[in-house]
Ligand binder design. Structure first.
Ligand SMILES: *Cc1c(COP(=O)(O)O)cnc(C)c1O
Length: 427
């Protein structure tokens, strides 16, 4: 049996069928922005491996950090023990994350960091003597992960979880922020989306522990960019109704939008912040949930006196070392100017796609470029074309998009734009 036949017959892939297994490319190596396939051909990875590999592949500093850490101590439990990689990373995180979130919970993946955020919110509300506040508010169009509670706050339609509707905790959905990024802000609450959120919180705040959202960029729910002022106004509404504000920056964090964190566009400080994806520079599965002293202390002061969560691989030293190396790279490389250059070039090169038939919108923010079609596109149809175009793209919904590594050079980026154009013509 060939390797690919074994893969087809035995290995699940994300969002995949086993009976009509889609084609997969066999990747044998990855360096810089390129993936090498078993037949020797290469593709530029315009996906950064689902938005994680911001420094590209094989970065010596990250490889060396993992290798050194593996020689010293690959893992040790975090209950009752601690280690320098976790401490060092914590210091680096606090230096770059929004001020006022000094309590860090390390976990394994983005979805788990969302679970941790939701549990923190509920445990805090219970500690405050508000045991009825156990549900969540969230705008439509969001995506927060694939585990149960995270699924419940994903968009009920585009969130990929409709099949589980009957099994999910019911949550409170408000309108997707209607004003786009770059549009003029409108104070009228009927037009800026805050009216809907205000009504929802006014009616149900006694049941709502927190409002969870992706600041400015809704990612897997539809690659939609909205007006940052929505966040400032949402913060005020949350305060008025004793609802915690949870920012999921798993996709936007670590420079993707041109800011280190998208919330920097507003200066709004959330009560809880979820980080993941690019945290480890794409090398390891890793995530973190940050919160305020007030929340951490309130939870610790009430029965049972502890926060009830503790993953086996919490603060895995290999992952901490990789994340530390990735943050050091952000500190020492000109990522801001690189992301700005990617944004400018994508804007120039993708704009003409507006005139293609079937294209509904073209938008760019930071190192994110989107060609939105007026119909659903097929990743399976795009799959074989990617190899010929020499660019790895994985469209979803109506979107043909790229999130390239920040180190992508101008020529490689032009090849990505060209490939997106070609897919827009045929999908
Ligand atoms: C990817 C993503 C998650 C889930 O992270 P996993 O590591 O896949 O569990 C949650 N929220 C957002 C905004 C994401 O983009």
């Amino acid at each position: 049996m060939t390797d690919l036949a074994f893969d087809r017959d035995h290995l699940w892939h994300p969002y995949a069928s086993v009976s009509t297994a889609g084609p997969v490319h066999l990747v044998t190596g990855a360096r810089g922005v390129r993936l090498t396939l078993d037949d020797g051909r290469q593709m530029i990875d315009a996906m950064s491996s689902w938005w994680c590999a911001i420094h590209g592949y094989g970065q010596p500093a990250i490889v060396q950090a993992i290798s050194n850490q593996a020689q010293t101590m690959a893992h040790v439990m975090f209950g009752g023990l601690t280690h320098t990689p976790a401490i060092r990373l914590g210091q680096q995180l606090l230096a770059i994350t929004p001020a006022g979130l000094p309590r860090i919970f390390y976990c394994d993946s983005g979805s788990v960091s969302v679970e941790v955020a939701l549990k923190l919110a509920v445990q805090y509300q219970v500690a405050q003597g508000r045991p009825g506040k156990v549900r969540f508010a969230t705008p439509r169009g969001g995506y927060h992960g694939d585990t149960w509670k995270a699924m419940s706050v994903c968009d009920p339609v585009t969130g990929m979880h409709q099949i589980f509707a009957g099994a999910l905790s019911p949550q409170y959905f408000c309108a997707q922020p209607p004003l786009r990024y770059g549009a003029e802000w409108v104070e009228d609450e009927a037009q800026n989306g805050l009216g809907d959120l205000r009504r929802l919180l006014a009616a149900h705040h006694a049941q709502i522990a927190g409002l969870i959202l992706e600041p400015v960029v809704q990612g897997a729910g539809g690659m939609y960019f909205y007006h940052p002022t929505y966040l400032t106004r949402a913060r005020a509404l949350c305060d008025a109704f004793d609802v915690l504000l949870i920012f999921d920056e798993i996709a936007t964090g670590f420079g993707r939008t041109g800011r280190m964190f998208a919330t920097e566009m507003t200066g709004v400080r959330p009560d809880i912040l979820c980080l993941g994806k690019a945290l480890s520079g794409g090398a390891m599965s890793f995530a973190a949930t940050l919160t305020t002293d007030a929340i951490a202390l309130a939870i610790s002061a009430a029965t049972p006196g502890v926060f009830m969560h503790g993953p086996t691989f919490m603060a895995n030293p290999l992952a901490c070392a990789a994340a530390s190396a990735s943050l050091s790279l952000l500190d020492t490389t000109p990522w801001q100017s690189r992301v700005a250059a990617i944004e400018a070039q994508l804007q120039t090169e993708l704009r003409p796609a507006r005139s293609l038939s079937g294209v509904a919108d073209v938008r760019v923010l930071g190192a994110i470029g989107v060609i939105e079609m007026d119909h659903e596109v097929s990743a399976a149809q795009a799959h074989p074309l990617c190899k010929d175009l020499g660019v790895w793209l994985r469209p979803f919904g109506r979107n043909i998009y790229c999130m390239p590594p920040f180190i992508t050079g101008a020529d490689d980026l032009s090849q990505i734009s060209h490939a997106m154009f070609e897919l827009a013509k045929v999908l």
